[in-house]
Design a protein around this ligand. Structure first.
Ligand SMILES: Nc1nc2c(c(=O)[nH]1)N[C@H]1C(S)=C(S)[C@@H](COP(=O)(O)OP(=O)(O)OC[C@H]3O[C@@H](n4cnc5c(N)ncnc54)[C@H](O)[C@@H]3O)O[C@H]1N2
Ligand code: MOO
Ligand SMILES: [Mg+2]
Length: 425
């Protein structure tokens, strides 16, 4: 086993605040590269450029009802109770354009979604009309005065030509796909998903398909991190977990840095004898950004820049690993995708139970959200130690508890960071 030499440097760490750590990272983030994907592949991706409307939408004056296209002025006499009869000159199904002009005394039968004929300015719905035939000519009768433009959707009602349709960094969901299809964007310019290498360090780690052995555990962090990376918009690449060996770690980090956009590791960042990542980031060719943050869990979260790329050495404790990824890795991926909200967004909620742990660091307490009497409450997990794995799955948010010597009482207002997929129940 490759025991690291005794040194005191390891213990002397200067803690930085979360915001400071985030801003140090942000200064090394590069915008992602662009690739074009088919519209069917665009869901869940982030748009890589602003898109403007190549034409107004709707592009033509559109009937909102099945009925008759008429001139509203012809119906003015109806206000005195008089019925009018208009000569039906055409029938316009959806998708066809009439070559007739609707002049005074005339009407054209029209279907919902069809283009209004020239001159017609109003549509009267079928139910408000009656028909009569005289010498082979059909007439439509109506009794109600119509306002100009009734049941007609005007050109550009939704979007004017040249208007911003979707901005760079937009997450593409169902509604956005509809916009893209409407405007004929069949190849969609999106950011290439940042490629994130993930591997765990720890001689105690077994692969998930291995039977348990004394003193060993299965590697859960790698898979949890891969999920978090996916949620953040990245593409995770799971690399082989390594033993607590500095040379092995150095080789794996080097290879990963060369091949991927970001490298995330878990484990070995504290001050233990086999905490090799702590040593790795102190090497000459590594620009360590920080190796201690005034937060719990995850106080030993470490970040560094190697060959211009970011390495996140997260804690091995699952709770700290999870929070470190949400606070630092997720925003990095989101910034590469030009997301408008790279950081987890802050909400306020009432604290759902007393929180009595005192801290000199800011705590990020995994919690569920619940509505009680119309008010959102954040309920801290029953077990939220950094080493606890099983309550991570129940978290909708992280309650932010600033340094305190007294703890907080149930009902107090607290800031919470919403987690992606978090729900208020
Ligand atoms: N003397 C001190 N000891 C510790 C300190 C300290 O300041 N002084 N900090 C504690 C804190 S806080 C944390 S958090 C942990 C950080 O530990 P490391 O990041 O060095 O992680 P490891 O030592 O490798 O492992 C910790 C724990 O997590 C388990 N683990 C590791 N990898 C995985 C994985 N891939 N999947 C699941 N679980 C994993 C590992 O078995 C350990 O139980 O240090 C404290 N100690
Ligand atoms: O870094 Mo540890 O997670 O503060 O508990
Ligand atoms: Mg350790």
């Amino acid at each position: 086993m490759n025991q690291t030499p005794l040194n005191t440097e390891k213990f002397q760490r200067k803690a930085v605040k979360v915001e400071e750590a985030q801003s140090r990272i942000a200064s090394y983030v590069h915008q992602g590269e662009r690739e074009d994907v088919g519209l069917e592949q665009a869901h869940g991706r982030y748009l890589a450029m602003d898109l403007t409307a190549p034409h107004p939408y709707p592009r033509f004056r559109r009937s909102g009802m099945d009925g008759y296209a008429i001139l509203a002025s012809d119906t003015e006499v109806c206000s005195t109770g008089q019925e009018i009869w208009l000569r039906v000159i055409d029938e316009i199904p959806c998708g066809t354009v009439s070559d007739k002009r609707v002049e005074t005394g005339m009407a054209a039968r029209i279907m919902t979604g069809a283009q209004l004929p020239e001159e017609a300015d109003t549509v009267v719905m079928l139910e408000a009309t009656q028909l009569r035939e005289e010498n082979g000519q059909v007439y439509v009768g109506l009794k109600k005065r119509m306002e100009v433009g009734k049941n007609v959707t005007q050109i550009g009602h939704e979007i004017k030509e040249g208007q911003l349709l979707l901005s760079k960094g937009t997450y593409i969901g169902a509604g956005h796909v509809s916009v893209l299809a409407t405007f004929g964007v069949h190849r969609v310019p999106v950011y290439r998903k940042p490629r994130v290498a993930v591997f765990s360090t720890g001689s105690e780690l077994l692969a998930v398909d291995e039977p348990l052995q004394p003193g060993k555990i299965r590697n859960s962090n790698t898979y949890m991190l891969a999920s978090q990376i996916k949620e953040a918009g990245g593409e995770p690449f799971i690399l082989q977990a390594i033993h607590d060996d500095l040379n092995l770690a150095r080789a794996s980090v080097r290879e990963a840095i060369a091949a991927y956009d970001i490298v995330v590791t878990s484990g070995g960042v504290s001050v233990g004898d086999y905490d090799i990542m702590g040593d790795l980031v102190r090497q000459e060719d590594v620009n360590m950004l920080f190796n201690k943050v005034t937060m719990r869990p995850g106080s030993v979260t470490t970040a560094a820049v190697i060959d211009g790329k970011l390495l996140f050495a997260l804690s091995g404790n699952p709770g700290a690993c999870f929070v470190g990824c949400e606070l630092f890795v997720r925003p990095t991926i989101q910034m590469m995708l030009s997301s408008a909200h790279p950081y987890l967004q802050t909400w306020t909620a009432k604290l759902g139970a007393d929180y009595t742990k005192v801290n000199n660091y800011t705590r990020f307490v995994r919690s569920s959200l619940e509505i009680r009497g119309g008010q959102v409450y954040a309920i801290p997990a029953r077990a939220d130690e950094s080493s606890v794995m099983v309550t991570i799955k129940d978290s909708d948010c992280l309650i932010v508890i600033p340094p305190t010597t007294e703890g907080l009482r149930e009902g107090e207002e607290v800031n919470v960071l919403m987690l992606q997929g978090g729900q208020v129940t």
